[in-house]
Design a protein around this ligand. Sequence first.
Ligand SMILES: Nc1ncnc2c1ncn2[C@@H]1O[C@H](COP(=O)(O)OP(=O)(O)O)[C@@H](O)[C@H]1O
Ligand SMILES: [Mg+2]
Length: 295
Amino acid sequence: MIEINHLTKDYGDHRGIFDLTLNIKKGEVYGFLGPNGAGKSTTMRHIMGFSKADDGNITINSLDSWQDKEKIKEFTGYLAGEIALPNDMNGLQYLKLISKMRKMKSFDYADELLEYFKINPNTNIKKMSKGMKQKIAIVATFMHDPDVILLDEPTSGLDPLMQERFIDLVEKEKQKGKTIFMSSHIFEEVSKVCDRVGIVKEGNLIKELNMDALRNNEEKTYIAKFKNDEDLKRMAESYPNSIIGSEKELFITIIDEDINGLITDLSTCNLIYLKEKEKSLEEYFMKFYEGDGDD
Ligand SMILES: Nc1ncnc2c1ncn2[C@@H]1O[C@H](COP(=O)(O)OP(=O)(O)O)[C@@H](O)[C@H]1O
Ligand SMILES: [Mg+2]
């Protein structure tokens, strides 16, 4: 559905995007992950045909991003990284204006989305917080039920609850068969919904990950707290890589396929609790940016 072939845009000083080749299938959710300045927004703007590439080309559903941008807009939703809404109207007026420009026949889905994100659209845009503006822009992106959806750091400015709602929305759109390309600098966000993730650094695609494969054989750390020190000591000895934390918690890192063995071993202990340790963003990033990441 989206084919990026050798896209190059050189802004000088190694800034921009270089020889990017990427294919996104119909119905796929693709995460574009990288730190600030990696070239994510540049790529998205080229997909939308807002900027002409120095080299390479992009097609969406076989239409050329640059030549056929008006046609592409009809079936595409794009949420910009830096949203700019007009200050002289309220949210509803803005959405109605956009829906008119798109010749939308129904405003039902827009109403549904306004409800879903708990937005009062009658507020003047000038008076809206960053998060509220972001939510209005999200509604504008989805309301015409586009087949292809480009989301540039979509959850920035949203509070955690709304971030979660947003991810649920992406999940729902995926169920409808939409093709979604979403950039982020937050691994966990893309890991939840994406089928594949491309990691971009200094304008280069350095790795593509198949999330299903990753999800099913991940290394995880579990934290176990024991009623007595004997169990703690015994388990620490059976798992030589484990670490005893400050609260006498045992941190045990295993790959998924060893989970049954761990449960069996733990069943012989007197436990207070067992929990999975959440991986920090940094841990994910370090893993993929350093080394080759193949493991
Ligand atoms: N129009 C432009 N002119 C010059 N440099 C630009 C322009 N747009 C982006 N850049 C530079 O290209 C690099 C990539 O930017 P961007 O695509 O916005 O990164 P990201 O979205 O991943 O944070 C940055 O160093 C940025 O400063
Ligand atoms: Mg950006």
